[in-house]
Design a protein around this ligand. Structure first.
Ligand SMILES: [Zn+2]
Length: 271
């Protein structure tokens, strides 16, 4: 669902209310301070005020411009999913990915809502299964849960195919059962991948491995290349105690670079 669609119910509600007010002859412009005395044909009583539907607060977030997709996820070749560390694009956009799910602070939900950032969450089953409700609350329309394995074994890329497949498929099934969608993207614990892992991902129905070239960590940005965000960067963050400081670093960086945060799955076409 686009941001425009997300705004639509509010707009519809506001228009509906305006229509009702017009019919009742109590347009807001008649009720300015000093001129608010009820007219004879449209008395405003405590009862009519109480019956008036609540006006939903208009979202603070401005509509996000849409960008033409100029990047295609490479196909699975030789039974191996592609590995993407940055999206090649001419659009002034950046992607926010948040991993693991160990720390579950209400503040993270508030901050993501406040800024209206679309997020891709690479969650680990064993970190989130006790409290999946937290992530359901955090998700807005257009946010996705993706696959970050069952147990977060950072050496899994060197292990056997059956072991890796079980780690990946276990999270596919958990995500489907818990969040209602089978992930399309995979992030390796620690970032290390191998041909065996790429094959296991393909066999589990995933479309790509998503790594990164920049991260928000310990309250500042880390860049593998250069010293600022570039169009198409995929930023890694974590659900950690320092979430607010990391998000502040990310926010300063994407604003300084003039980049808009957009949803990764939508831009890749792998919803
Ligand atoms: Zn991780």
């Amino acid at each position: 669902m686009s941001d425009f669609d997300r705004l639509a119910p509010t707009r519809r509600a506001a228009l509906g209310l305006l229509g009702a007010a017009a019919v009742a002859g109590t347009l807001a412009s008649c009720s300015q301070p000093g001129t608010g005395a009820p007219t004879a044909d449209a008395p405003v009583t405590a009862e009519t005020v109480a019956e008036a539907p609540e006006v939903p607060a208009a979202p603070e977030t401005p509509a996000v411009p849409t960008f033409a997709r100029d990047f295609q996820v490479p196909p699975i070749q030789g039974g191996l999913v592609p590995v993407i560390t940055r999206v090649t694009t001419k659009n002034p956009i950046v992607f926010l990915t948040i991993d693991d799910g160990v720390t579950k602070k209400p503040e993270a939900i508030e901050l993501l809502r406040k800024y209206g950032y679309p997020v891709t969450m690479f969650l680990t089953k064993n970190f989130v299964q006790e409290d999946p409700e937290y992530f359901r609350q955090l998700m807005r329309d257009g946010d996705f849960v993706e696959n970050h394995t069952v147990s977060h074994d950072v050496s899994m890329s060197t292990k056997s195919y059956p072991y890796q497949l079980a780690e990946i498929k276990g999270m596919q099934e958990f995500a489907q059962a818990t969040f209602g969608r089978r992930p399309t993207l995979f992030r390796p614990p620690g970032g290390a991948y191998s041909a065996t892992m790429r094959k296991a991902c393909a066999d589990a129905g995933l479309r790509a491995i998503i790594d990164w070239e920049t991260k928000a960590n310990a309250g500042h940005m880390d860049y593998q290349y250069g010293n600022s965000l570039r169009p198409g960067d995929i930023v890694l963050m974590h659900f950690r105690p320092e979430f607010a400081a990391d998000l502040a670093a990310f926010r300063a960086a994407h604003l300084a670079a003039g980049l808009t945060v957009v949803n990764l799955e939508h831009f890749l076409g792998v919803e």
